[in-house]
Design a binder for this molecule. Structure first.
Ligand SMILES: *[C@@H]1O[C@H](CO)[C@@H](O)[C@H](O)[C@H]1NC(C)=O
Ligand SMILES: *[C@@H]1O[C@H](CO)[C@@H](O)[C@H](O)[C@H]1NC(C)=O
Ligand SMILES: *[C@@H]1O[C@H](CO)[C@@H](O)[C@H](O)[C@H]1NC(C)=O
Ligand SMILES: *[C@@H]1O[C@H](CO)[C@@H](O)[C@H](O)[C@H]1NC(C)=O
Length: 510
């Protein structure tokens, strides 16, 4: 029996005796009553002493409890490790030497291989095989390209491998729960994969974010055995493994964070029930005490680090959860030396409503950083045939401040993923899809484009890591992400067009 158990038993026993005495009081004589009073006083004193002792014991135990929650600091003793992941599209080769990272494809396969009990996946849509490519597309490839995009095309092979692994898990006793976007479009796209997953025993819930927030479920994250976490830009799409440039991270053996991340998954799971509405407030079980003000302290790859997980939009932030936008603005505001951002789209306005409303939350923070604090700002966005041309104007507007007052450093560029004639035919591919930021203080890995809608209507998440210094065990995540950013920024695949016509031309914009 623990110290606390013994004390609480003693406490209970003393209360019990007191209760018995109290019941007998009316039946007792006068001097009995006097002695009763004495007794009661004695008991009260005893109880006070015991209370004090047990309070001391609790404080003592909490102080020693290795993984327990201390007063205001979240300490986690799990042996967490983190690995930065990328999908580098086929045919995209950087001049050597350049940083290379584990592939999302290999890591997904390994994670699926290691799953023993549970797998929770939050996803936008599912097209891991090429079920979304119509027959016409297949034949077009065979006629013009002389390469078969049908069942044997190597580009989709990885997606199929991952999908087959998913299908094999339920029979091995792994409970798969999948939350996907429930809009008509996403349902249609995902139909074939979802049907096959369900037939094999996975539970799938389509969350109607169109109805709930007039947005989509854009989150991409996994929680494996409540222990390992994946988060990043890659969709459950074969293109994300070989045709689209992606960035993500995997955290291994990190139950304390996995339990926290799973709470966000469980929000989607809850909202995937028929007729569900967003609870206001969210029940207590969804709230967290791991956030920007109070991050998780953990040794990541042996290096002291702090972590927290964000969510957007506001309606999906139960008590204690830091909003994604808040984390982005704070990370920019905290930077002292540099802010490097790589996002697919950057638009300081709303995009999907009837009117485009100006939305300077992030834009202001970037201008303040460059002008007021002399922080070097670099913004790299993506350029492909579907690029929203509003990006061009907002990038130009930031770039216009470069050199102002003789000190501001603020530069913008577009990244173009090279594509052969054959690759250009793959719909919605060959693009830099990653969404991250790295500063001298923190690394931010997210799932959202940077425009208003993504923070007010669309469900997304991000992981913020502050890894102060490397203890001689290789580069920190921040250092690795900085190197990845500079590799891309200085690569032959970036452009800084000065006119809209130039941008349209180089991005093959129709
Ligand atoms: C294929 O193309 C033909 C002619 O362009 C069109 O009528 C047909 O609907 C297309 N089929 C599919 C599966 O997209
Ligand atoms: C996770 O922990 C297990 C058991 O302690 C260990 O065997 C494994 O190597 C760890 N995984 C990683 C990636 O560190
Ligand atoms: C944002 O990202 C998604 C995919 O992550 C993409 O399909 C979409 O076109 C992007 N751009 C805008 C402006 O929403
Ligand atoms: C990062 O962590 C260090 C050490 O724990 C702390 O001093 C610093 O304030 C943190 N920085 C941010 C931006 O949270």
């Amino acid at each position: 029996m623990s110290k606390i158990d013994r004390m609480s038993q003693a406490l209970l026993a003393s209360w019990g005796q007191k209760g018995e005495c109290a019941e007998q009081v009316p039946l007792l004589k006068r001097n009995d009553q006097r002695s009763m009073l004495l007794h009661t006083m004695m008991y009260t004193a005893c109880v006070l002493v015991l209370c004090l002792a047990s309070a001391c014991a609790i404080i003592y135990i909490m102080d020693r409890e290795p993984s327990g929650v201390k007063h205001s600091v979240n300490v986690c003793n799990d042996p967490c490790s983190v690995v930065l992941l990328e999908s580098i599209p086929e045919g995209l080769h950087y001049p050597a030497p350049s940083p290379e990272h584990n592939s999302i494809f290999q890591t997904w396969l390994e994670l699926l291989g290691s799953a023993k009990t549970s797998l929770d996946v939050a996803s936008f849509y599912w097209t891991l095989r090429d079920s979304d490519l119509g027959l016409n597309f297949t034949s077009a490839w065979q006629i013009n390209g002389n390469i078969c995009i049908g069942l044997m095309h190597p580009a989709k092979h990885q997606g199929k491998q991952v999908f087959d692994k998913f299908l094999s898990l339920p029979s091995k006793g792994v409970a798969i729960q999948i939350a996907t976007d429930g809009s008509k479009n996403s349902r249609k796209r995902s139909k074939k994969d979802v049907q096959d997953l369900e037939n094999k025993g996975a539970t799938v819930r389509a969350v109607d974010f169109d109805k709930l927030t007039t947005g989509v479920l854009h989150t991409k994250m996994w929680v494996v055995d409540l222990k390992h976490i994946y988060v990043g830009s890659a969709n459950m799409d074969w293109r994300s493994l070989t045709q689209v440039k992606e960035l993500g991270v995997v955290l291994y053996n990190c139950s304390c964070l996995a339990r926290d991340v799973q709470k966000v998954f469980l929000e989607y799971w809850w909202l995937g029930q028929p007729g569900a509405t967003i609870p206001k407030p969210w029940p207590e079980k969804f709230s967290t005490n791991i956030n920007q003000e109070n991050p998780l302290h953990v040794n990541l790859n042996g290096t002291p680090s702090t972590l927290f997980f964000t969510s957007s939009p506001h309606q999906l932030c139960p008590s204690g959860r830091t909003e994604d936008l808040t984390a982005i603005v704070t990370t920019i505001n905290n930077a002292n030396e540099f802010v490097y951002i790589a996002v697919m789209d950057y638009v300081a306005a709303s995009l999907y409503g009837a009117h485009h409303k100006f939305w300077p939350m992030i834009d202001d923070a970037l201008r303040h950083a460059a002008l007021d604090r002399n922080v070097e700002v670099k913004l790299l966005t993506s350029c492909w045939p579907h690029t929203n041309l509003a990006s061009f104007f907002f990038l130009q507007s930031l770039q216009a401040l470069d050199g102002i007052f003789g000190h501001a450093h603020i530069n913008t560029k577009f990244f173009i993923t090279p594509a052969s004639k054959e690759q250009q035919k793959i719909p919605y591919a060959r693009v830099n899809h990653n969404k991250y930021m790295v500063t001298d203080k923190a690394a931010y890995i997210g799932t959202s484009n940077w425009s208003k809608d993504y923070f007010t209507n669309t469900a997304g998440v991000a992981l913020v890591i502050n890894q102060t210094a490397s203890l001689g065990q290789g580069l920190t995540v921040q250092e690795q992400m900085r190197a990845v950013f500079l590799r891309d920024w200085n690569s032959p695949f970036t452009v800084a067009p000065s006119t809209l016509a130039d941008l349209q031309r180089v991005c093959r914009h129709p």
